[in-house]
Design a protein around this ligand. Structure first.
Ligand code: NAP
Length: 378
């Protein structure tokens, strides 16, 4: 079988490094065309020497240069676009964090290259445009997020599905009070009980905004109305999500909480390989699975995300930009954890909705919201 040609945007991040661990075990199945990182030049260099891609791409803000024989070095967002224009690729894993993922994803779609999508901001900011263009171009978007990957595995015929059920671990503050959350340190917010992820998404998991963003992501990926997307808290993170068919049958996808599995699924789809699987799943070892309703008072961000999603248009751009700026401010020690919601809510309440923004308008709105959010934080 011919090797599948893949490029990874964000190879130096949490998803990117785990994707390389997956590929290391499947060297006879994958050939790496390009690896792209941001500022972590040293790690990108090590990855390039080990995996020998044809291209590497480093963030524009870095002044350092990498020169390795036989490897072409690209820079910044132009470099990401160049990778996504290279039709040698069978699939591109978009695992950069933040809005930087949107344009390369659109470029890959334009070039009819399938996408394994980890970067949720792409769909939160421009889900209508991205999914319409992918459909028109016949491009597959395979979700990497464990919940969406689970749903993708459960669905046989979307027209027969009545409801999506997204699970949430509940994060580090599941059994803490609102007062505890107000006093939470950055270290506490970053101490996720189940998943080891990048800092931004880990804070979003602590406030449950991550679940809110996932609801919006699910709406676009599976074309499901918001009224038919439920969230349930499941602290063990074994059931990764489920769907309910019209006849009441519920199909869930289960597995040990490891991102290797959804990453491998997304880049290998529609094939399945043993790959990095460490051990077989055992119900008796797991013993119990708990489920509870989310507490929207403690985690109001979930409601805010439903509200933004239902408003549609530029509302989710506002939600994403305001939340991200507030998360950075929290990580910087400028505000407390609960302020992230308060600031995002304030920005949402002031936002003047644009119904069908173009990509250029989306970036303009994103920029404006970020500037205003930073002013409020000051
Ligand atoms: N981690 C998870 O388990 C998980 C699960 C589901 C979905 N996701 C989603 O996947 C995406 C990545 O998450 P992550 O946790 O892997 O984040 P992360 O660890 O922070 O990694 C982000 C990656 O993006 C690169 N990057 C950031 N800004 C860039 C820029 N301007 N230009 C080029 N590269 C840039 C970083 O490069 P440097 O580090 O070299 O600067 C790094 O490789 C996010 O959208 C997240 O929501 C993550």
């Amino acid at each position: 079988m011919e090797k599948k040609k893949i490029s990874i945007l964000g190879s130096t991040g949490s998803i990117g490094t785990q994707a390389l661990e997956v590929i290391e075990k499947l060297q006879d199945k994958f050939e790496i065309i390009a690896l792209a990182g941001g500022n972590n030049i040293e790690l990108l260099k090590q990855q390039a020497l080990k995996f020998k891609p044809k291209y590497i791409c480093i963030g524009k803000n870095t002044t350092e240069r990498i020169e390795i024989d036989g490897i072409t070095t690209l820079y910044g967002s132009e470099g990401l676009n160049e990778i996504c224009s290279n039709k040698e690729n069978d699939i591109i894993l978009v695992a950069v964090s933040g809005k930087i993922g949107l344009k390369p994803t659109l470029k890959a779609i334009e070039n009819k290259i399938n996408i394994a999508l980890a970067n949720k901001e792409t769909l939160v900011m421009a889900g209508d445009i991205v999914m319409a263009k992918a459909k028109e171009a016949g491009v597959k978007i395979i979700p990497v997020d464990s919940e969406h990957c689970a749903i993708h595995q459960c669905i046989k015929d979307i027209n027969q599905v009545d409801k999506l059920i997204i699970t949430a671990s509940g994060g580090p503050f599941l059994h803490k009070t609102i007062e505890d959350m107000q006093k939470a340190t950055v270290k506490e917010a970053l101490a996720h009980p189940r998943w080891n992820m990048g800092r931004k998404i880990t804070v979003d998991s602590a406030t449950l905004m991550n679940k809110g963003l996932e609801i919006i992501e699910a709406h676009h990926l599976f074309n499901m109305p918001y009224e038919k997307i439920d969230v349930v808290v499941h602290p063990q993170s074994i059931v990764h999500s489920a769907i309910e068919y019209k006849d009441g049958s519920v199909i869930a996808q289960l597995g040990l909480p490891s991102m290797h599995i959804p990453i491998q699924y997304a880049i290998s789809y529609p094939e399945r390989f043993e790959g990095i699987k460490s051990k077989s799943f055992s119900f008796s070892e797991i013993a119990r699975l708990d489920f509870e309703k989310p507490d929207f008072e403690k985690f109001p961000s979930v409601k805010l995300a439903y509200q933004a999603g239902k408003m549609g248009g530029s509302a989710t751009v506002c939600l994403n930009a305001a939340n991200e700026e507030a998360v950075f401010a929290f990580l910087n020690g400028d505000i407390n954890l609960f302020d992230i919601y308060k600031i995002t809510n304030k920005m949402m309440s002031q936002h003047k909705l644009i119904k069908n923004p173009s990509i250029d308008e989306i970036f303009e709105i994103d920029n404006e919201i970020r500037i205003k959010t930073r002013e409020i934080i000051k």
